[in-house]
Design a protein. Structure first.
Length: 186
């Protein structure tokens, strides 16, 4: 450092600078004030962080409690469904047989020498689907493409009335159901 000062005497001069007490006191006061402000800010940040951390922990606990409750409810619901599955299958099979039988009777009343029935696509599982079969002159056919518009109308009316006979509805809306029928059948 001495070497630097001697080389630069022309620029800086030979006098060394002496700090006066007022400047030193002012600098120390500013330093102390900045240090206190820094400590206050650190505490505020830490307090805020702690509060947020606590709130988030509470929210996580609440979510985990909800998850446990929903998991338990789901398990209970699955058990109830599994328990009621045989009863549901029995009721569906009874309804299916009754509606199919009544649909055939109604269809016979509307079209002489004809019959109709519902058939399960899978004999053991009604959920696999249902198809309609129609009988004309003793020949059963599951293709409805050969039916005329009037015959299709009677088939639909038979199915609707059979379902309503099984479980009556408070309101019947059968608007334009006779539109494809010829004059004699209307």
């Amino acid at each position: 450092m001495k070497h630097f000062v001697e080389q630069n005497k022309d620029k800086f001069g030979t006098d060394t600078y002496k700090f006066d007490k007022i400047w030193e006191t002012t600098l120390k006061t500013k330093h102390d004030r900045n240090k206190k402000e820094y400590e206050v800010l650190c505490r505020e940040v830490n307090d805020s962080t702690q509060a947020n951390l606590s709130r988030i922990k509470d929210e996580i606990k609440e979510c985990l409690d909800h998850q446990k409750k929903l998991t338990k409810d789901l398990t209970d619901l699955k058990m109830v469904i599994e328990k009621n599955e045989p009863e549901k299958k029995k009721e569906l099979d009874q309804a299916f047989e009754k509606v199919s039988k009544d649909m055939g009777k109604i269809f016979k009343m509307l079209l002489k020498d004809c019959d109709a029935r519902l058939v399960k696509k899978d004999k053991n599982n009604i959920n696999a689907g249902i198809k309609v079969e129609v009988c004309f002159s003793g020949h059963w056919d599951n293709s409805l493409t050969q039916l005329s518009g009037g015959q299709k109308s009677f088939l639909v009316v038979s199915l609707i009335f059979a379902m309503l006979k099984y479980n009556p509805a408070p309101i019947y809306i059968l608007d334009e159901i006779d539109a494809p029928l010829d004059e004699n059948n209307t």
